[in-house]
Design a protein around this ligand. Structure first.
Ligand code: NAD
Ligand code: UDP
Length: 321
């Protein structure tokens, strides 16, 4: 990636900021674009003075004009946590679909390769487990999660069409639940919620019975997969699942977080949100075969790396730093 100019939308967010770190380390010229809806300048403040790093505050639903060449575009702009993307569902849908179209137009104009951050949510509440890329999914198109799920499905369609009709060089990653440092304490996703609640000594809010499952991937593994997918040959045509196949119930995650933090918090059961998928586990055979990629950091180790980050943030908040 050395010497390449790489544009990252959503670059001030959780995943995007880690990706920017990796690209800057690889001596790419990085243009980070973000509207700071869920992202934070704190996530990239350490990069602001680095040569070759530039931040542009911009909403991807508006067309983006950039002078000079661009070699690669990673399109990560979109809130990813259900309470965040459900807050303004029409804007989420616009971000997913209009944002994708604006970035695809830019990629076409610049002759850049473009990677879409798609999601396991395209499989909805899956009827098959594990989910492989050939599965078309089970999505409620007018349910509470539809703005995100259908927006991301529409974006995949657009990426496919721009490749077929206009020859744009695309890659699509279907990302499964990823966690790690730089998630917002108020993000609302399960790993950050449980860690914050455990450290604060408040009850861990388990939605429903807690028997639903997710497969949790540590951020460093995921970023490695994105970079490999971007570098993969054009023969890698379809979407590729990226995630950690280790499958855990939400209740098991709660117990693990309690054990890791040494917290005496209790578990409090809350209403299950509508259309919450019951099982999720990636089939990553394709990523293993075409990218030579697989996760290396199991959940226990990833939590050991993530808990101190939240402890530090909460300490700073209490100290008013
Ligand atoms: P995040 O909310 O931390 O990051 C999203 C970033 O996009 C934020 O910085 C936000 O300000 C920015 N953004 C949102 N709408 C925008 C807009 N209209 N214009 C410009 N910037 C905008 O979430 P994340 O977990 O880092 O997710 C990043 C991407 O990865 C998202 O596209 C998400 O759908 C995808 N993804 C993430 C996961 C995961 O588990 N983390 C799973 C599947 C897919
Ligand atoms: N969840 C939970 N308590 C929380 C937050 C989430 O039990 O405080 C559950 C949620 O209902 C879902 C799972 O944890 O079954 C993962 O939720 P998250 O929002 O992290 O991701 P997604 O549902 O998008 O996979």
């Amino acid at each position: 990636m050395s010497g390449k100019t790489v544009l990252v939308t959503g670059g001030a967010g959780f995943l995007g900021s880690h990706l920017c770190d990796r690209l800057v380390e690889g001596e790419a010229q990085v243009i980070c674009v973000d509207n700071l809806q869920t992202g934070r300048l704190d996530n990239i403040s350490h990069l602001m003075q680095r040569r070759g790093f530039r931040f542009i505050r911009h909403d991807v639903t508006d067309r983006l004009c950039i002078d000079g060449p661009i070699d690669e575009i990673y399109n990560l702009a979109c809130p990813a946590s259900p309470p965040q993307y459900e807050r303004d569902p029409i804007h989420t849908f616009r971000t997913s679909v209009l944002g994708a179209m604006n970035l695809l137009d830019l990629a076409e104009a610049k002759g850049a390769r473009i990677l879409q951050a798609s999601t396991s949510e395209v499989y909805g509440d899956p009827m098959l487990c594990p989910q492989s890329e050939t599965y078309w999914g089970n999505v409620n198109m007018i349910g509470p999660r539809a703005c995100y799920d259908e927006g991301k499905r529409g974006a995949e369609t657009l990426f496919h069409l721009y490749r077929e009709d206009r020859g744009v060089d695309i890659r699509v990653a279907r990302i499964f639940n990823t966690y790690g440092p730089r998630m917002r304490p108020d993000d609302g996703r399960v790993v950050s919620n449980f860690i914050v609640q455990a450290l604060a000594g408040t009850p861990l809010t388990v939605y429903g019975s807690g028997r639903q499952t997710r497969s949790f991937c540590y951020v460093d593994d995921l970023v490695g997969g994105l970079v490999r997918l971007m570098a993969s040959p054009a023969t890698v045509k379809g979407p590729v699942n990226l995630g950690n196949p280790g499958e855990f119930t939400v209740l098991a995650l709660a117990e693990l977080v309690l054990a890791k933090t040494g917290s005496r918090s209790k578990v409090a059961f809350r209403t299950l949100p509508g259309d919450d998928p019951r099982r999720r586990r990636p089939d990553i055979a394709l990523a293993e075969r075409v990218l030579g990629w697989g996760p290396t950091i199991p959940l226990e180790e990833g939590l050991d790396r993530t808990i101190p980050y939240f402890a530090e943030v909460m300490h700073q908040n209490v100290a008013g730093v």
